[in-house]
Design a protein around this ligand. Structure first.
Ligand code: PLP
Length: 475
């Protein structure tokens, strides 16, 4: 494809995306075809002779789009949002066009330096502790996901807990990891990959609000130490996946200090809320964390993949992960004056992902980002009020951010779960809204997560009308 062909087709594709966004609301949020429908319409082999962009776009419309779940739809309330935005897509386009491989500072200085500056900006924007700034001993880096952030935090924690022995000798002692019963599954996965073993991850009990009980953490640590285990990492969560519970960081941090354990804070979804000063209470105690991450690709208008991860002491992370073959040696790295992000992550290679974040931060500014978060929080609080005001329903967990967990009230144990599951299925079958579910204190609950960039209060109102209406109908 020549640059002129690219220009022409590029305009066509940008138009396609703009039209898609402009007409999203007219589409059902979820596809309804059975498994295999999309694959069944695609040829069994790649084309022998190249095809034109028009033919590709035709199949995009006719084959691919009918099988797409529309995560940017204003009626998307499932899981957590996976935001994207115009500036994010444009930044990503530039990154793809540059095709830079930023594994070392020397392989493209701007890729590293823009990332370092943008992550330092985010420290200020979220009110994070200054010890995460690259100008001191800490620093931030973009990972593909919160799962990867937790994995590298776990590796750095193992390095520390083993006194460096882990790097050369592997996992020789019975290391343990801790999170609450509500911690994300990626914590178990990280422990498994790191060689700690998911059987050595302690699921610490939670309280009524689904937040970790510090005294239960202390008891678990004490029991493990008495049994000869070596506690390596505690992962606390700000905004758990199920209900957005906030673990009490100050108390947890104190216990981590007592036991010399690495404290990683997973704020994958709720970290974005910290752009609003009035929501920063949720981050109290983060100044004691050894590492912290959140996903701008969830709720901060930046397209997947983009997890922002910081450490208080970058030397520990780099020591844990660095391997230096001759072919990567270069004068800049040898000088010690540059950051080489390959040493901060599992893969060697890395995209220029900071560009999309840079575009987003510059386009929206603090004010625009705050407005986005505030509108999601306000709409969710409005929804919770409607649920509370309707005696057929109950809100089943605190809802400090933009997620509301609720259910139809019933005294009928298992039957109530079935009724709620049926309500969810009927709401989703409408095509107007898409919600998912969880279990809170063992009982089935519906989750409504606001945060898609196109969602306005009227869409949340329509979702409430839909659910309240369906609840009145026989199943
Ligand atoms: N941690 C929490 C609290 C989450 O809610 C999620 C995803 O929803 C994750 C981690 C995993 O995120 P990622 O897909 O970025 O790995």
């Amino acid at each position: 494809m020549t640059p002129d062909e690219f220009r022409a087709y590029g305009h066509q594709v940008v138009d396609w995306v703009a039209d898609y966004w402009a007409t999203l609301e007219q589409r059902p949020v979820l596809p309804s075809d059975p498994p295999g429908t999309v694959a069944g319409k695609l040829p069994a082999r790649a084309p022998v002779a190249g095809e034109g962009v028009d033919a590709i776009l035709k199949d995009l419309d006719e084959v691919v789009l009918p099988g797409v779940t529309h995560w940017q739809h204003p009626g998307f309330f499932a899981y957590f949002p996976a935001n994207t935005s115009g500036p994010s897509v444009l930044g990503d386009l530039v990154s793809s066009g540059l095709g830079v491989q930023g594994m070392l500072w020397a392989t493209s200085p701007a890729a590293t330096e823009v990332e370092t500056v943008v992550l330092d900006w985010l420290v200020g924007l979220l009110g994070l502790p200054e010890r995460f700034l690259s100008t001191g001993a800490g620093g931030g880096v973009i990972q593909d996901s919160a799962s990867s952030a937790t994995l590298v935090a776990t590796l750095a924690a193992l390095h520390r807990a083993s006194g460096g022995e882990w790097r050369s000798a592997g996992v020789r002692r019975r290391f343990t990891a801790y999170t609450s019963t509500q911690g994300h599954s990626s914590i178990e996965k990280a422990a498994r990959i790191a060689g700690i073993g998911d059987g050595q991850v302690r699921a610490v009990e939670t309280d009524e609000a689904c937040a970790m009980r510090p005294e239960a953490l202390r008891a678990a640590l004490a029991a493990d130490v008495a049994a000869g285990c070596v506690p390596a990492i505690v992962v606390a969560t700000i905004g758990t996946t199920s209900t957005t519970a906030v673990d009490p960081l100050p108390a947890i941090a104190e216990i981590c200090r007592e036991y010399g354990v690495w404290l990683h804070v997973d704020a994958a979804y709720a970290g974005s809320a910290a752009v609003c000063p009035e929501l920063r209470w949720s981050h109290a105690g983060v100044e004691f964390a050894d590492s912290y991450c959140f996903d701008p690709h969830k709720w901060l208008l930046t397209g997947f993949d983009c997890d922002a991860f910081w450490v208080a002491d970058r030397a520990e992370l780099v020591q844990a992960l660095t391997v230096l073959p001759e072919y990567l040696r270069n004068a800049a790295s040898d000088s010690g004056a540059v950051l080489d992000y390959r040493d901060w992550q599992v893969p060697l290679g890395r995209r220029f992902r900071a560009l999309k974040l840079w575009f987003v931060l510059r386009w929206y500014g603090e004010e625009g980002l705050r407005a986005h978060i505030r509108s999601g929080v306000a709409a969710a609080q409005w929804f919770a009020e409607r649920v509370r005001a309707d005696e057929r329903f109950e809100v089943v967990a605190p809802h400090p951010f933009s997620l509301v967990c609720f259910r139809l009230r019933s005294d009928d144990g298992d039957g109530a779960d079935e009724q709620n599951a049926a309500l969810l299925a009927r709401a989703n079958a409408s095509g107007a809204a898409y919600l998912t579910h969880t279990r809170v204190h063992g009982r089935y609950a519906l989750r409504l997560a606001v945060g898609s960039p196109r969602t306005e209060e009227r869409h949340v109102a329509a979702a409430w009308e839909l659910i309240a209406g369906l609840a009145g109908e026989p199943g």
